[in-house]
Design a protein around this ligand. Structure first.
Ligand code: TRP
Ligand code: SF4
Length: 400
C-alpha cells in the first residue's frame, strides 16, 4: 500500500499510431521496470463517447492490447486488463457518485471542451458527465500512487484527489480515532513522536506541504509499527480520519512532439498518422507522398527544411550527420525530396520491424492475448476486491 503503484488506461477507439508509441507506450515500457504497473483498456470510458458504435470498441480492445505487446509492454512486468472485466470499478463509481457534487463534474474543462469538439455527438448524457468520476474509481480502487497522463488529464487527477479526500473525511472516522492515533504517536518514541506532531501541526495549521512530505517519509521509515497504527498515523496527518482511499499524483508524460505527415501533431482526427503496425508498403507510400516545402516545385528549386514536415520527422529519426546533409542538400537543391525522404522511411520501418514481429506471434495465436488478459483481469480484480471491502465497510454496506 505504501510503495508506488502506477496505473494508466487507454480508450479503445481506433488503432494506435506512432504518436501513441512516442508519447505514451515508450513511457509505459520504461516504467514497467521501475514500478508496479497496471495498464488497462478503458472500454467503459470509450462507450461514454462511442455509445453508438460499440463494434469499434470491441474490435479496438484486442487490437490495442496487441499494439501494447508489440510496443514492448511485457505481461511479465505489468498487469494488463480490461476495465469492464473488473465490475468493481462500476460499484465504486456508483458509491462515489453519492458524494460527488454535480458542480465539480460540470466544471471539468474536458466536459465542455469535448462537447464542443464532438458536436456531431450528443454528449449531454449522464455517462459522459460522470467520465472523470469513473476515472477516479479506476484509480482509487487500486490505491494507485502515480498516474501517468497527458496534460489534458491533469484536472481529472486533481478531481480524483478531491474525491478521495472527501471520502476519507466523510467515512474515515471511526469512534475513538483521535485517541488511537495519539496512542500510536507514543509508540513512535519520544523524539520521533515529537517530530511527527510538529510536522503535523505545520501541515494542518499552515498547509506546509513539505512538512507533510517529511512526516510521510518519517512514517515510511518506521518498520516496527503495526499496519493499523501506520495507517492511522498517515490518516491523522491530513485530517481526523483514516485514509481509506489514497490520493494519487499525476505523472506528467512529456508532451509528445511526434509530428504527423502534414507537420501538425500526429492525431487520428487530422488524418495524418502512421499506425503502429502499418504495413511496409503503406508506410513507404505515405512518406513518399508527404507534402514538402511548397517552394520546391522543381527538383532544381532550393528549399527550406524549416518549412517542410519531412524535416520534423528527421528531427525524430535521423542522426546529426544525416540532418546536416539534408539541411545542406535541401538549401542548395543538391538532393531531391524523394532522396531526402528515404532515410526517414528506413528509420520508421526499422522502428516498426520488432513491433511487427512481436505482434505476429500474437496474431498467429490469439489465445495468447486472451490468456494474458484473463490473468491480468484476475490479478486486478483481487486488488479491487480488497479496496471494495474497506469501502463497503466504511459506507455501512458490509451486512452479511
Ligand atoms: N481518460 C483517459 C484518457 O482519455 C483514459 C483513462 C480512463 C485513464 N481511466 C483512467 C487514464 C485512469 C489514467 C487513469 O486518456
Ligand atoms: Fe523537405 Fe527534404 Fe524536400 Fe527539403 S529536400 S523540401 S527537407 S523533403
Amino acid at each position: 500500500m505504501f510503495a508506488d503503484r502506477v496505473l494508466s488506461g487507454m480508450r479503445p477507439t481506433g488503432s494506435l499510431h506512432l504518436g501513441h508509441y512516442h508519447g505514451v507506450l515508450q513511457n509505459w515500457v520504461k516504467m514497467q521496470h521501475e514500478f508496479e504497473c497496471l495498464f488497462f483498456v478503458a472500454d467503459w470510458h470509450a462507450l461514454t463517447t462511442h455509445y453508438d458504435a460499440p463494434q469499434i470498441i470491441e474490435q479496438s480492445v484486442w487490437d490495442m492490447v496487441v499494439d501494447w505487446l508489440a510496443a514492448g509492454v511485457d505481461p511479465a512486468h505489468a498487469t494488463l486488463f480490461i476495465q469492464s472485466k473488473v465490475p468493481e470499478h462500476a460499484e465504486l463509481h456508483l458509491l462515489l457518485s453519492m458524494i460527488t457534487p454535480l458542480g465539480w463534474l460540470e466544471r471539468m474543462p474536458t466536459y465542455k471542451d469535448q462537447q464542443a469538439k464532438l458536436v456531431e455527438k450528443d454528449l449531454s448524457t449522464y455517462g459522459f458527465l460522470g467520465y472523470p468520476l469513473l476515472q477516479s474509481a479506476d484509480i482509487l480502487i487500486y490505491r494507485a500512487t502515480q498516474v501517468p497522463v497527458g496534460e489534458d488529464q491533469v484536472p481529472h487527477i486533481e478531481f480524483t484527489r478531491e474525491i478521495a479526500r472527501r471520502f476519507n473525511h466523510l467515512y474515515g472516522r471511526d469512534p475513538g480515532f483521535a485517541e488511537k492515533a495519539e496512542a500510536a504517536v507514543k509508540k513512535l518514541g519520544g523524539k520521533k513522536g515529537r517530530l511527527y506532531q510538529e510536522l503535523r501541526t505545520r501541515f494542518q495549521q499552515q498547509g506546509d506541504a513539505e512538512a507533510l512530505e517529511s512526516a510521510k517519509a518519517l512514517l515510511d521509515e518506521q518498520q516496527s509499527l503495526s499496519l493499523g497504527d501506520r495507517e492511522r498515523l498517515f490518516g491523522y496527518l491530513e485530517g481526523g480520519g483514516k485514509m481509506i482511499l489514497s490520493e494519487p499524483q499525476s505523472m506528467l508524460t512529456a508532451a509528445s512532439r511526434m509530428p504527423g505527415l502534414d507537420g501538425q501533431k500526429m492525431s487520428k482526427s487530422y488524418n495524418n498518422t502512421i499506425t503502429l503496425r502499418e504495413d511496409e508498403v503503406g508506410v513507404a507510400k505515405k512518406i513518399r507522398t508527404m507534402p514538402t516545402d511548397p517552394a520546391r516545385v522543381r527538383r532544381t528549386d532550393p528549399g527550406d527544411p524549416e518549412k517542410c514536415p519531412v524535416w520534423a520527422l528527421h528531427q525524430i529519426y535521423s542522426s546529426e550527420q544525416t540532418r546536416q546533409s539534408v539541411m545542406q542538400g535541401c538549401k542548395s537543391a543538391g538532393i531531391g525530396c524523394i532522396e531526402c525522404k528515404q532515410p526517414v522511411i528506413d528509420a520508421v520501418l526499422d522502428e516498426q520491424r520488432p513491433m511487427r514481429e512481436r505482434a505476429q506471434l500474437y496474431l498467429d495465436d490469439p489465445s495468447l492475448v486472451r490468456n494474458i488478459i484473463a490473468d491480468g483481469n484476475e490479478k486486478a480484480r483481487k486488488l479491487a476486491r480488497e479496496t471494495m471491502r474497506d469501502v463497503r465497510e466504511a459506507m455501512g454496506l458490509s451486512y452479511s
